[in-house]
Design a binder for this molecule. Structure first.
Ligand code: IMP
Length: 179
């Protein structure tokens, strides 16, 4: 399927599954190397990161835990700038090595807010693993150690990412081609 329709918009394939999985393996290799002995807690940001989290965790070979948090900052195809915490942490992170697992860092506002929320609980260290980064859209300084892939500013769906709730189910990533 080289093009798909999600609601009223047309999308064309831009990152096929094989390319995504190669990038996910690269991130897993780096984390396995860097965080060995630290028993990290992977904190996956729902909903968008669910597919990335599953594929990443299958490739993590060091002892670790995984948990989930739900935040929201997006309506339609542009960031609202409003970040809300919807579903809190039910795990103590004090003194832990935490790895945030995100689908995409766009303006970075969601990540900044999440870092603030986590820092308040005094973790030992917090690392960021994101499947995608739109470097030209970044509005806040963030130290992102693990970015699987960098993409241009276009809106995308698939592999967990949605347009108004739809399109998360595709195994490949698609870029919008019509409004
Ligand atoms: P930020 O706060 O602007 O960095 O936005 C981050 C969140 O916006 C991500 O976790 C996604 O849920 C969503 N997002 C950003 N860009 C896209 C996109 O191109 N497609 C789908 N969702 C996106």
């Amino acid at each position: 399927m080289s093009t798909i329709k999600v609601k009223e918009k047309q999308f064309a394939i831009s990152i096929p599954e094989a390319e995504i999985l190669t990038a996910v393996q690269r991130v897993a290799d780096a984390i396995n190397h860097d965080l060995e002995g630290k028993e990290p807690l992977f904190l996956s940001v729902l909903n968008g990161a669910f597919m990335f989290t599953a594929d990443l965790m299958k490739r993590i070979t060091i002892p670790c835990e995984v948990s989930f948090i739900k935040l929201s900052s997006y309506e339609g195809t542009s960031s609202t700038g409003q970040v809300r915490q919807l579903m809190g942490l039910n795990q103590c992170i004090k003194g832990r090595t935490v790895v945030i697992v995100e689908d995409i860092v766009d303006t970075g506002l969601t990540m900044q807010k999440l870092l603030e929320l986590l820092q308040a609980q005094e973790p030992a260290e917090v690392h960021i693993a994101t499947l995608l980064l739109k470097p030209d859209k970044l509005k806040v300084p963030l130290h992102i150690e693990y970015a699987a892939m960098q993409i241009p500013n276009d809106f995308i769906v698939g592999y967990g990412l949605d347009y108004d709730g739809f399109g998360r189910n595709y195994k490949d990533i698609y870029t919008v081609i019509s409004d």
